[in-house]
Design a protein. Structure first.
Ligand SMILES: Cc1ncc(C[n+]2csc(CCOP(=O)(O)OP(=O)(O)O)c2C)c(N)n1
Length: 393
């Protein structure tokens, strides 16, 4: 089977070649100027986040193999797309991830052990979304795009868009995959965001595969063209080029925060690992394809650039190595100590303020767990008569 693996003639924003040299072509000037805002220090930070993301990924994959996690979805190969886009965010921006954005969480400061609570099934979420402005991992494909569009409409109405104040103006990023673009939720989110000119960036990581389904079976046109169909400015960037990803996302976020509406970014990348630890990619893709994308490794690409610009010294690398080791050790030890949470946590955080129906359900469930089931299901709480308006769940 032959699958599209090189993108053909589709225009692709690239600022850093697979050989690790900066692109200087005239057409890329506005984006090069945005990427020029990244100081050497910042580029080192980005490199650090990418390396730590991969180390986390390897450790989590091993933990799953040892039976310590129920499942894990590796981000290997997608570090530039995730870390580059997250570095374009401001603290007040809000992120809605899928289940694979470990690099985004790394940049937003979500604790590595907390990232695994969900995958160990010790918690329904794992962190407080409002602490990092990062919503919880979402497995229902594409539903987070609707959450993001709704949240973006909310901040528009709260007056947090287009004020001209850098500390106030905010935007939202929805992360999802190529397969998700075939879901109704993503398409509906694009409709709402487009007609309301909402401050949301649709960030699609086209990693070529939706489990075993290639992108060629999702769309007859390049994925970013789907955004155009909704009247949303759209582009494809080289998702393994952290400079291009950063520049494109920075531009999109600026437009969104200033009231210019949504953008659709297709980050053209490759999932180097399995879809999840339950998947065997050798069943549906070739070694040649994997090797070809291995030569486009996003971390190696940035490393070559930084070395050629004299930005990676021994002291920095030794320190990074030690940090990666410490992260791995912590994840190994502390993840094992996470115990399954109580099933009643499903009643926590449903609403911001207490709600009578949730409280009644919780009481019923707790009685049930204690071996004292009340007469009927959530007695008195579920009948239409008890809640004639809006009592349906
Ligand atoms: C609504 C829904 N349908 C099906 C699934 C099963 N499922 C889990 S991952 C996946 C593929 C998603 O592919 P893509 O959107 O390309 O994202 P990727 O996993 O490659 O990052 C599917 C179909 C699901 N989780 N939710």
């Amino acid at each position: 089977m032959k699958h599209e693996i090189d993108g053909g003639d589709v225009p692709l924003l690239q600022l850093l070649t697979p050989e690790g040299t900066r692109v200087t072509s005239r057409g890329t000037k506005p984006y090069r100027e945005l990427a020029a805002g990244l100081t050497t220090e910042r580029l080192r930070e980005i490199y650090r986040d990418m390396v730590l993301t991969r180390r986390f990924d390897d450790e989590a994959t091993s933990l799953q193999r040892q039976g310590e996690l129920a499942l894990y979805a590796p981000a290997r190969g997608q570090e530039a797309a995730q870390v580059g886009s997250a570095h374009a965010l401001r603290p007040q921006d809000y992120v809605f991830p899928s289940y694979r954005e470990h690099g985004v969480l790394q940049v937003r400061g979500v604790d590595p052990v907390d990232r695994l609570r969900f995958y160990r099934a010790s918690d329904h979420g794992g962190w407080d979304p409002n602490e990092h402005n990062v919503h919880l991992y979402t497995v229902v494909i594409g539903s987070q795009a609707l959450h993001a569009a709704g949240y973006a409409m909310g901040i528009q109405r709260d007056g947090a868009v287009g004020t001209g104040d850098d500390d106030v103006d905010a935007a939202v990023v929805a992360y999802f995959g190529d397969g998700a673009t075939s879901q109704g939720d993503v398409n509906e989110a694009l409709v709402f965001a487009s007609v309301n000119e909402s401050p949301v960036v649709f960030f699609c990581q086209n990693n070529q595969w939706a489990i075993s389904v290639p992108t060629s079976k999702q769309s007859k046109v390049p994925i970013y063209k789907r955004g155009e169909g909704f009247g949303v400015p759209s582009l494809r960037v080289d998702g393994n080029d952290v400079l291009a990803v950063y520049a494109a996302t920075t531009e999109a976020l600026q437009r969104a925060r200033s009231g210019g509406g949504p953008t659709f970014i297709e980050a053209y990348t490759y999932r180097m690992g399995a879809h999840t630890t339950s998947d065997d990619p050798t069943r549906y893709r070739t070694t040649e394809q994997e090797e070809m994308w291995g030569r486009r490794d996003p971390i190696a690409r940035l490393e070559t650039l930084l070395r050629s610009e004299g930005a990676l010294d021994d002291e920095f690398l030794t320190e990074l190595d030690a940090d990666a080791e410490a992260l791995a050790e912590r994840v190994r030890t502390e993840t094992r100590e996470l115990h399954p949470g109580s099933a009643t946590t499903i009643f926590d955080d449903v609403y911001g303020t207490p709600h009578s129906i949730v409280a009644e359900d919780r009481a019923w469930f707790e009685a049930f767990e204690a071996g004292e089931p009340p007469a009927g299901p959530a007695a008195g709480a579920t009948t239409p008569a008890a809640h004639p308006q809006g009592g349906t769940r």
